[in-house]
Every structure is written in structure tokens, then in C-alpha cells.
Design a protein around this ligand. Structure first.
Ligand SMILES: [Zn+2]
Length: 177
């Protein structure tokens, strides 16, 4: 589920030093691609197809590498692959279109949602979300103070500080050599 995927990426940012924006966007990208194709356009036989393949994980990482560089691409690949691994409870068509997959009978959006809310893994997901909330308390505190502009500013500042930290690190390395 979306919140679990976001929580995993948030924790990877916090503890594995993954870049915030690429790791978070990559966490929702597989579902964004496939839910639009399936529920929006109705072009695919399952709510998991192209977005949930190693092919698209690799291609999208290559694009991020070309446009944003190595660190962003590593973070993107990490977020993307973590999404696919977290989805393993259901069918993940890893090697599509090179391998043929038998897709489960399509369910309605409501049934899919209900099934994902009642499966056993939901407990792990809830724990991950709680952990992510604790790890990001400063930003979330602003949210609970009912001040959306402040939250946005805090988030913005957080991302900007991250870039500066990276910049300083790069500068630090440069001055040492
Ligand atoms: Zn998914």
C-alpha cells in the first residue's frame, strides 16, 4: 500500500542516506504507472504490469542517471526495487514482457483495497509507518500544528539543507585533494 511504500523510502532516506526526492517518487512510481494504465486507461490485464517489472526499474533508473546523476539514480533504484520487493505478497511480474505471467482474475478497486487492508502484512506496514513518523517528527510536528505553509516550508528547507549538505561534502572532498 501507498503509505507503506512511502514509509520504507522515508526510512531509506533517513538511515541509508538516500536522496529524499528520488527515493520518495520512486516509491510510488510503480503503482502510479500501473494504476493509471489499469484503472484509468483500462489497457492492461492487471493492476501490476509494466511499472512492476525489472525492465522499467532499470530503464527509469538509467533515465534518472542521465538527467540527475549517480546519487539520484542510486536512490531511485533503491526506492523502486524496494517497492517491488514489498509487493511480493502478491504477484510481481518481474520479467514481463520476456516471461508470460498468469494474472489473477481482476478485482474491482474496492475489493483490491479491502484485500490489501485485511492481509497479514498490513501489521508490518503499520509498524513501518509509525517508525517513519517517529523518524520525521520535526517536520510532522509542524503539520500537527495545523500550519500547512509551515509544513511545506519545513519540507522545502529539509530538502534544500540536504542539497547543501551534499554540496559541502563535495566541497570538503575537493579541498582535501
Ligand atoms: Zn505496487
Amino acid at each position: 500500500m501507498l503509505f507503506g511504500h512511502l514509509a520504507i523510502s522515508a526510512l531509506q532516506h533517513r538511515y541509508l542516506n538516500a536522496e529524499f526526492v528520488p527515493v520518495m517518487v520512486a516509491a510510488v512510481m510503480p503503482d502510479a504507472i500501473d494504476k493509471v494504465l489499469y484503472y484509468g486507461i483500462g489497457q492492461t490485464p492487471s493492476g501490476r504490469l509494466w511499472g512492476h517489472t525489472l525492465l522499467v526499474a532499470l530503464l527509469s533508473s538509467a533515465i534518472v542517471l542521465l538527467v540527475f546523476g549517480k546519487r539520484s539514480a542510486t536512490s531511485w533504484a533503491l526506492g523502486y526495487l524496494s517497492h517491488l520487493i514489498a509487493d511480493i505478497g502478491g504477484m510481481v511480474p518481474w520479467l514481463y514482457p520476456f516471461v508470460t505471467y498468469e494474472f489473477p482474475r481482476p478485482e474491482s478497486f474496492g475489493t483490491t483495497l479491502w484485500m490489501s487492508l485485511t492481509r497479514p502484512g498490513i501489521l508490518i506496514e503499520i509498524l513501518l509507518v509509525i517508525w517513519a513518523f517517529i523518524a520525521f517528527r520535526p517536520i510532522l510536528q509542524a503539520l500537527f500544528e495545523k500550519s500547512p505553509p509551515l509544513t511545506l516550508r519545513a519540507l522545502n528547507g529539509y530538502i534544500r539543507d540536504g542539497r547543501q549538505r551534499k554540496h559541502h561534502r563535495v566541497q570538503g572532498k575537493a579541498s582535501k585533494s
